[in-house]
Design a protein around this ligand. Sequence first.
Ligand SMILES: CC(=O)N[C@H]1[C@@H](OP(=O)(O)OP(=O)(O)OC[C@H]2O[C@@H](n3ccc(=O)[nH]c3=O)[C@H](O)[C@@H]2O)O[C@H](CO)[C@@H](O)[C@@H]1O[C@H](C)C(=O)N[C@@H](C)C(=O)N[C@H](CCC(=O)O)C(=O)O
Ligand SMILES: Nc1ncnc2c1ncn2[C@@H]1O[C@H](COP(=O)(O)OP(=O)(O)OP(=O)(O)O)[C@@H](O)[C@H]1O
Ligand SMILES: N[C@H](CCC[C@H](N)C(=O)O)C(=O)O
Ligand SMILES: [Mg+2]
Length: 483
Amino acid sequence: MRLSDLSQGIAAETAFGNLEITGVTADSRKVAPGFLFVAVPGAKANGVTFVADAKARGAAAVLTDEAATIDAGLPVIPVRDVRRALALMASRFYGERQPATMVAVTGTSGKTSITAFARQIWSAAGFAAASIGTTGVVSPSRDDYGSLTTPDPVGLAKLLSELAEEGVTHAAMEASSHGIEQRRLDAVRLSAAAFSNLGRDHLDYHATMEDYFAAKMRLFQTLLPKGAPAVVFADDLWSDLVVKTAEASGVKVLTVGRKGSFLTLKRLELERWRQIGEIEAEGELHRVVLPLAGEFQMANALVAAGLAIATGVPAAKALAALEHLKGASGRLDLAGTTPSGVPVFVDYAHKPEALENVLSAVRPFTTGRVIVVFGCGGDRDRGKRPIMGEIAARLADIAIVTDDNPRTEDPATIRAAIMAAARGATEIGDRRAAIRHAVAEARAGDTVVIAGKGHENGQTIGEETHPFSDHEEVRAAIGEGGK
Ligand SMILES: CC(=O)N[C@H]1[C@@H](OP(=O)(O)OP(=O)(O)OC[C@H]2O[C@@H](n3ccc(=O)[nH]c3=O)[C@H](O)[C@@H]2O)O[C@H](CO)[C@@H](O)[C@@H]1O[C@H](C)C(=O)N[C@@H](C)C(=O)N[C@H](CCC(=O)O)C(=O)O
Ligand SMILES: Nc1ncnc2c1ncn2[C@@H]1O[C@H](COP(=O)(O)OP(=O)(O)OP(=O)(O)O)[C@@H](O)[C@H]1O
Ligand SMILES: N[C@H](CCC[C@H](N)C(=O)O)C(=O)O
Ligand SMILES: [Mg+2]
């Protein structure tokens, strides 16, 4: 593609418009001859320092921040917002193709579940649907394991064009605060967006909760077109502020939840493996048996149904589809049952509110003790460690503190920060041993929750990821010593 076509309307015209561009990347290591290298000032490094590397690998030109001064020996295209330009040009390079109906979900917890639910509701309504997020990409023709919650803009542009090519018409994607702030989804044309809730996370990256909130609000203020539907979960502490912010941005707010008016949860009965809700939609009451444990899953289901209805699925059809929802892998996921009938759940709670929610969710059907195994990731928000320690000590009867991706930090130091606030907790660094201990300890009436890793298939220690699955460890532990 000619550089002038690639950059038209995104960057000012330059004298190098006739250059033929063979690819776009922000990673010098991925440059091939003829590529446009986009030098991004990153969180860890500055892309400008890799221009020489990009040139050595055959880059044709460099796109960079207008404030940056680089002596590249290559044509340089300056732009005001380099991350946004990267997203827009990557999309253009891949033909600006995407599923016709795209929605994005933000919030601290529930994004993966909501996007998976939206996909299932659309599918039930007969659409070829996909979900994109933390657990990967699922569509009628793929089930790919993922790594980032919101893919990098180049990968995302390529993926969306492939999904459109495969015939996918509806897709739901997760919009993490990192993703929104780093402009990863600036080129996505959204039909609707949603907010689930806000709790503490990523305060290593965002300076304050207000900054974290503001990053998420960019989804409604900038990315969602005016007049498009914004589905907002109404029962969170931050909901009112989200509604105000979204309304002020000119989008069409649709609230769901007990306090919601688009979908109103009138009544909820919780059972061990399912819950029965009475939901009012367009003045009619629908009885829905949701086959999932945990009240938070009803919240997620309502947001997903709201998105499906907002994008054309009739309300009765969307609500009927809730009766067949499958939980996303590793979200209050029953990984096994011990011979004495103790359910062992694998859950992805790795932040305070999520841990609080999951431990509260299992309490009503636990006649014995709640046993939790959890840890906190290294190279991530340190402030959440004592908070999670306190929650586990308060809401579980037996709390076992273990490792969860220590990355480049000292695992014992991470555990110590959790233990300092987890009165009476037991510390077992080796996650395999911790899971075995929890399962061996459990007796009839108890519930075991292995929190933090959910669907993950590795334990990252230092720079290396070793194969590790909570699901497999639970099954092995039950096989070996479960009572
Ligand atoms: C802190 C953070 O968000 N980092 C993400 C960000 O990196 P960055 O652009 O700031 O890059 P950097 O590492 O500072 O490097 C600067 C630039 O130099 C380039 N470079 C670097 C080395 C080199 O040899 N050559 C080169 O050109 C890099 O490609 C980059 O363009 O943008 C990259 C591309 O989009 C991401 O891959 C990268 O994710 C890292 C791996 C990461 O761990 N991210 C996590 C924290 C994250 O994004 N999490 C969120 C939220 C998770 C949740 O839901 O809780 C997510 O969406 O997954
Ligand atoms: N609506 C909710 N409210 C509170 N906690 C929730 C909610 N939904 C899920 N959780 C908890 O958060 C965990 C993660 O859920 P999910 O993966 O759906 O969220 P997410 O927003 O995608 O998280 P991440 O940002 O880590 O990808 C679940 O395992 C559960 O413990
Ligand atoms: N998307 C989250 C995942 C955290 C999962 C948890 N297992 C951990 O490693 O802290 C992050 O990158 O912060
Ligand atoms: Mg997620």
